[in-house]
Ligand binder design. Structure first.
Ligand code: C2G
Length: 130
């Protein structure tokens, strides 16, 4: 059983999020997604997400390609999460390239190309200006 783990906020879900989750799932037999908590997002990005952590977890767990979700409370716990979930591979978008190489002692680390021309930040900006 090849277990793939990935992480993200997945706020205002868009096709770039769905594509990376589908591509991650295709690399193994089971996809486990760590969804950033509201507090972690505030620490990372200086703002609370548009959708609450409860709603983001609900949305991600409803996707066909996702087998399991959990809350990512802290970036520092990533190694613990990977061990707890017996990850065969950590998959992240290439905006994080090199940043998680330290986990190569726990599992394979794979960076996939981001989907161009779409981001939550841009969606928020377009709506703000509408
Ligand atoms: N992503 C993508 N293409 C886009 C936008 C996002 O492939 N156009 C990918 C990102 O590379 C990431 C995932 O979708 O792998 C989730 O993106 P975010 O919600 O922006 O995740 P982020 O807030 O960067 O959180 O511990 C790591 C963090 O939790 C990652």
């Amino acid at each position: 059983m090849r277990r793939i783990v990935t992480f993200g906020t997945f706020d205002v879900l868009h096709v770039g999020h769905v594509l990376i989750l589908e591509r991650a799932r295709a690399l193994g037999d089971r996809l486990i997604v760590g969804v950033s908590s509201d507090d972690l997002n505030f620490r990372k990005k200086g703002r609370r997400p548009i959708y609450s952590q409860t709603d983001r977890l609900h949305i991600i767990s409803a996707l066909r390609c996702v087998d399991e979700v959990f809350v990512e409370e802290s970036l520092e716990l990533k190694g613990d999460y990977l061990r707890q979930h017996q990850a065969s591979a950590l998959v992240m978008g290439d905006d994080w390239v090199g940043r998680f190489d330290e986990f190569k002692s726990i599992c394979e680390v794979i960076y996939l190309p981001r989907t161009p021309s779409i981001s939550t930040t841009e969606i928020i900006e377009v709506i703000r200006q509408a």
